[in-house]
Design a protein around this ligand. Structure first.
Ligand code: PMP
Length: 411
């Protein structure tokens, strides 16, 4: 939407082609990891000279580093419009955030079977109750209501947007339902946060997690934001320095959250990078962002739908809303072949496989699929390039022969 934001690093990457020469890279894999924004790389460069551990002394660099680290929590809280009692904990990524929360939930968790493994596997810890998604979103919500009403649950853990199909869940409504049934709600916002502004205050979401590397910041940092009481009552996620107030030979007095769950030297640069991304995204008009991405996603969906033999994957046939993530299959080709062809002959990168959502792929009857996802650097020309490349594949076939897996080809 704004030129400054569209200028993401990596956008001008040149990639060698199997037929010779090079091409600019067309990135359709934002849902896996998004290249860092210039605002993010600038903030990291500014902070690098003050490389020092936080909360460990009054040295000048340590003070700057500490201030920046703590201020980064404020950027995240403002970006998410967090409530006063919601704490920002820095983690390694969404997976880390959800495992951390799983150690704090005082009871069972209800989840859907469409989730990314990160929001599925951790919840076994205190009892996981799985709701099978139905053919329509409405029916799926009724099943969630029935499960939550059947016996008490502590938490409803849902994705904000599916990492397979981009379909968005009605979070405000689900928060209301969870609260009526005496549960809290956790939103895995790994795929939603890069595309939508979320107000924790207005939506009633109790806990939310996302990863820096999908929000235009580098790998290695993530966030868990949520209500203080569960975080303060639980055992520390890791035992070690920084998470304690006092340590005796026999016992330790643990600090409250967020420090309680951040033992060890933290990823200060990662936190600053996430904060810079949050600040940059917060400066965009959210409606403009949605309109911009919707126009691109519609172009992508319409373009794919017009290619004979390209079959879109959907969870709910009546889903009213989605972000720019589209899963599809191509008749006559395995997803691995298509991904290898697009990469080798057209310098187009997208994801193939099972997307760490095996139960969903199984219930859709798919061994694997392809996933094209868009982000701030995507242009209409990129989309047209993908559509043309796929049209060439289904009409004339690939020029080279590709091995079935891992994108290796035999020229
Ligand atoms: N949840 C969703 C919806 C995701 O798409 C992903 C990443 N594919 C994750 C969780 C896990 O993120 P990370 O690997 O950064 O922990």
């Amino acid at each position: 939407p704004t030129c400054a934001l569209a200028a993401v690093s990596g956008a001008d990457l040149r990639v060698p082609l199997v037929q010779g020469g090079t091409s600019t890279y067309a990135n359709f894999d934002y849902a896996a990891s998004a290249p860092a924004l210039r605002q993010v790389t600038d903030r990291i460069s500014q902070l690098l000279p003050y490389y020092a551990s936080v909360h460990r002394g009054a040295g000048y660099a340590s003070r700057i580093s500490t201030e920046c680290y703590e201020a980064s929590r404020g950027s995240v809280a403002r970006f998410l419009d967090a409530d006063d009692d919601q704490v920002v904990v820095f983690t390694r990524n969404t997976t880390d955030s959800l495992n951390l929360l799983a150690g704090c939930v005082p009871g069972e968790t209800v989840v859907l079977d469409i989730e990314h493994h990160a929001n599925f596997l951790p919840w076994t810890r205190n009892g996981r109750r799985v709701v099978r998604a139905a053919a329509t979103l409405e029916e799926t919500i009724q099943r969630i209501v029935a499960e939550l009403c059947s016996r008490p649950a502590a938490l409803l853990a849902v994705t904000g947007a599916s990492n397979v199909t981009g379909e968005v869940l009605p979070l405000e409504r689900l928060a209301h339902i969870a609260h009526l049934c005496g549960a809290r709600i956790l939103v895995d916002a790994a795929q939603l946060a890069p595309h939508r502004r979320i107000s924790l205050r207005e939506s009633g979401i109790d806990y939310l997690a996302f990863s820096g590397h999908k929000l235009y910041a580098p790998f290695g940092s993530g966030v868990l934001v949520g209500r203080r009481d569960w975080l303060d009552a639980a055992d520390p996620y890791l035992a070690g320095g920084g998470a304690v107030r006092n340590v005796g030979v026999a016992e330790a007095e643990w600090a409250p959250a967020p420090q309680r769950h951040e033992a060890g030297s933290p990823n200060v640069l990662g936190a600053a990078a996430i904060a810079a991304a949050c600040d940059a995204l917060a400066a965009i008009d959210p409606e403009e962002l949605v309109a911009h991405e919707r126009a691109l996603a519609d172009r992508l969906r319409d373009g794919l739908a017009a290619i004979p033999g390209v079959n879109p994957v959907r969870i709910w046939s009546d889903s009213p809303d989605s972000v720019g993530i589209v899963a599809f299959t191509v008749d006559g080709y395995t997803p691995g072949h298509v991904a290898a062809y697009l990469s080798a002959e057209h310098a187009i990168g997208l994801r193939d496989g099972r997307f760490c959502a095996h139960p969903l792929l199984t219930s859709l009857g798919l061994d694997a699929a392809l996933r094209a996802s868009i982000g701030l650097g995507t242009t209409p020309a990129d989309i047209d390039r993908l559509i043309t490349a796929l049209t060439t594949l289904v009409t004339t076939g690939p020029t080279w022969t590709y091995a079935p897996t891992n994108g290796h080809w035999n020229p």
